[in-house]
Every structure is written in structure tokens, then in C-alpha cells.
Write a protein of this length. Structure first.
Length: 423
């Protein structure tokens, strides 16, 4: 790893505390400096441009946490600790999406990285934030040698509700009407929806916003489509930003203090140059609204090594980094992290907010296919881990999911779990 990468990872593990970071040497015992109180022996080189060897698989446990690189050993030498567990390389592997370069078979039919077949699945690490755990281990080692550190409370640092406006309505589009008629949906209900958008069964935004607002210290982000080219099949159906239905939704978001973000098209995962065009179009139609956040449609993230910068497009925060097929910790953390390209090791100013729980991941037959009781159990497992590490709880629920009794029942139950882990 480059010196900049090593410094960033160590500072991240120290939760931004520079004085703690200065006490750590990432080197051999013989090369330590006088100020070093914790010495971490490098086990992996991560030479820029060279694909590093696979991590340990199965991984040994270090303080009951799977360790990707190094030997799960440490020893106290006087007032110092010598650590053979390479938590720096292990953290870098997780935060930089390096695993996606190795787990080339862990992809779905859309080319997205999947939980299924990944190193994380094989090592039972999907519901455990390994990188956060390494930070906690480091804290314990500092305490062991008499260096006090501030331990944050075991509760959510923040809750972020996100909603993707993939489809605004069910009955106010010709295609939706035809499909509904074929499925023999009540004609009276369709006529009422044509007369009043709030009566359309898919327009559940007000219900979602009101439920979200029952949670203190939270943020609500609504991601809006803004296509500028012919849509990919997966971007259908589209909607016009200046259409009265879209404007009704934007006004509703404003009244409920909801932040607007860009729901980047599926194609931006390959053609990152489209991000700027889509962001600018959204800003033109949402005057006086700051657009800083982005989520890629279908979580179709650009390749880990793709050269782009959200900052060039006036964006800063990405809420796309989660597995579609499983809830949990795709980056091994519940904390925001700067985007790092794994091979070139460029540390960008783009902030990645790990997406931890998504509605369809739980219920979709092709994904986890949980019963409502199983979903609650998995959700609580994730939330307990996030609270333990004072992380950021980021969730995604689609407005269309609330048309189903499963999610209409699950959502308020999940809100009760959030309240449990907020204090």
C-alpha cells in the first residue's frame, strides 16, 4: 500500500483521532520508531497495480473476528504491543471493494457483485462489520497499554431513511392501467387514482415520510430519476421531471423536510460520464434544491477501479454500496468511508455510506426470501451490530413495497427496533 493509503486506513481505524494514529507503526518490530506503542506487522503488500493474493479462506479468528491477512497473534513487549494480525491490510481489502476483484464468480446476471458466493458469505461475515470490529480491537489494545481512548456510546450515530422513486404511480400511466385491467384490478379504484394521485396505491410516499419522522436524529432522502438518454430496459418506466405527478412528489418532499438525491440510471454503472448530465438535469428541474447525494439504480455501481469523481458533478455522497441479494455489511463497516480504488489506490473525496438493509433483499424470492419473522430477526442482528459500533443506520424502502401487506407490516415493526437501539 502507498503511504497515503496506510495513513488513511490507520486514521479511519482510530476514528479520526490523529494522536492515536501517531502511536501506531505499520512496520516490522525492528523498524519501529520511538513514538510507536502499537506495531502492526504487514502481512500483505498491496502493490499498486498488482492484484494481491487472496485473503485467508477460511479466515482464522482474532478476538472472535475473522482475520483476512496475517496471523491472529499479539504480544505485549514492555509498554508496547506487537501485532501480527494485519488489520490494516484486512481493512483496506474491505473498504476498497478489493473483494470484487477476487470474487469474480460472485456476480449476478446483471454483472453486479453479490453476497452469494463471496468471501464474506463463506466466512459468515455478511452480518458482521469486520472493519468496525478491527477498530474496536485497536481501542482495546490501546487501553491495555494505558492509553485512554474515547469510546462512543453503543447506539446509532444517525439513522438515514432512503426511498427510491422507481415508479411513482400504478394507475396514472397508460401502461399501468392496461396491466391493471389485465390483472382485473378494481376499475373504480383506478378512476379514483386518476382523479387524485394520493389515492393511487403506489403513491405511498406520504405514509413513508410520516413514519420516518417518528424517529429522532434521522434524515430522509428521496432519490429521483433524471434520465438524459434513451432508457435501458431496467430504467423503465420513466417519468418526466416537470410532469405534475413528479412536481406533486417534490412538493410533498419539501413539506416533509425530505432531501432530494439523484437516482442515477442503470447505465451510469458503465458510463459514468452520464452522471453529470443527469445531475444537471435534476438541478434544472429542482431549482433552489441542493443535490449532493446519489444512488445508482439497481445498486449498479461502477467498477471499483473506474476513474470518476462525484465532486466534478457537484455530488458528494453515495448511498449505493450494499448487496442486492443480502442485507449486511458489503464494506465491512457501518461508518462512512472515502472511496478508495483498490489497485491504483486513489483516495477520492467521494463519501460512501454503506447501505445496510433493503426491502427487496429481505423479501425477494431470488434473494433472501425471508418470512416476516425471519426478516425481523435479521434486521435486529444488523441493527445490534451497528449500535455496538456507533454506526450510521442506512435503510432503503421503495414506495411500491408498501403496497404489499408484508412490508406494510414489517416497516413499523422495524421502526420499533430502531427506537430500541437509538438509546
Amino acid at each position: 500500500m502507498t503511504a497515503e493509503t496506510i495513513n488513511y486506513i490507520l486514521l479511519w481505524l482510530c476514528r479520526g483521532n490523529q494522536s492515536l494514529r501517531d502511536n501506531i507503526g505499520y512496520c516490522s518490530w525492528a523498524d519501529r520508531e520511538l513514538q510507536h506503542r502499537i506495531i502492526i506487522e504487514p502481512a500483505a503488500s498491496f502493490i499498486p497495480g498488482v492484484l494481491e493474493r487472496h485473503p485467508a479462506d477460511p479466515a482464522p479468528l482474532f478476538f472472535d473476528v475473522p482475520l483476512l491477512y496475517g496471523t491472529p497473534k499479539y504480544e505485549q513487549r514492555g509498554d508496547c504491543i506487537y501485532l501480527q494480525a494485519d488489520i490494516v491490510a484486512s481493512t483496506f481489502y474491505l473498504l476498497s471493494r478489493y473483494n470484487e476483484l477476487h470474487d469474480t464468480n460472485a456476480v449476478d446476471h446483471l454483472g453486479r457483485a453479490t453476497a452469494k458466493g463471496s468471501w464474506m458469505e463463506r466466512n459468515n461475515a455478511l452480518l458482521s462489520p469486520l472493519a468496525d470490529s478491527y477498530a474496536n480491537i485497536l481501542h482495546s489494545l490501546f487501553v491495555m497499554i494505558g492509553i485512554s481512548t474515547e469510546q462512543p456510546p453503543q447506539q446509532f450515530a444517525k439513522v438515514v431513511f432512503t426511498h427510491d422513486a422507481d415508479i411513482l404511480t400504478a394507475y396514472r400511466r397508460p401502461r399501468g392501467v392496461i396491466g391493471s385491467l389485465l390483472r382485473r384490478k378494481p376499475l373504480k379504484q383506478m378512476i379514483r387514482a386518476w382523479q387524485d394521485i394520493t389515492l393511487d396505491p403506489a403513491f405511498t410516499f406520504q405514509n413513508l415520510f410520516q413514519q420516518d419522522q417518528t424517529i429522532t436524529n434521522s434524515e430522509i432522502i428521496l432519490f429521483i430519476k433524471s434520465l438524459t438518454t434513451l432508457p435501458h430496459q431496467l430504467d423503465l418506466p420513466t417519468y418526466a421531471l416537470r410532469h405534475k405527478d413528479t412536481q406533486t412528489l417534490l412538493q410533498l418532499a419539501k413539506e416533509n423536510n425530505v432531501t432530494i438525491g439523484l437516482h442515477a440510471s442503470f447505465c451510469t454503472g458503465k458510463k459514468t460520464e452520464l452522471i453529470e448530465k443527469e445531475a444537471n438535469k435534476l438541478r434544472c428541474c429542482c431549482k433552489h434544491i441542493e443535490i449532493k447525494s446519489i444512488r445508482h439504480h439497481y445498486l449498479n455501481l461502477p467498477h471499483p477501479e473506474a476513474i470518476y469523481s462525484y465532486a466534478n458533478n457537484g455530488l458528494s455522497d453515495d448511498y449505493s454500496v450494499g448487496f442486492a441479494d443480502h442485507i449486511g455489511f458489503r464494506l465491512g463497516t457501518s461508518h462512512p468511508v472515502r472511496r478508495i480504488t483498490p489497485l491504483s489506490q486513489v483516495i477520492t473525496n467521494d463519501i460512501l455510506h454503506p447501505l445496510l438493509i433493503m426491502d427487496v433483499s429481505l423479501s425477494n424470492e431470488q434473494y433472501m426470501h425471508c418470512s416476516i419473522d425471519e426478516a425481523n430477526e435479521k434486521i435486529e442482528q444488523v441493527m445490534k451490530a451497528v449500535a455496538k459500533h456507533n454506526g450510521e443506520m442506512v435503510l432503503l424502502w421503495h414506495n411500491t413495497s408498501m403496497m404489499e401487506s408484508y412490508h406494510a407490516q414489517l416497516y413499523p415493526q422495524m421502526l420499533q427496533l430502531i427506537k430500541k437501539y437509538q438509546s
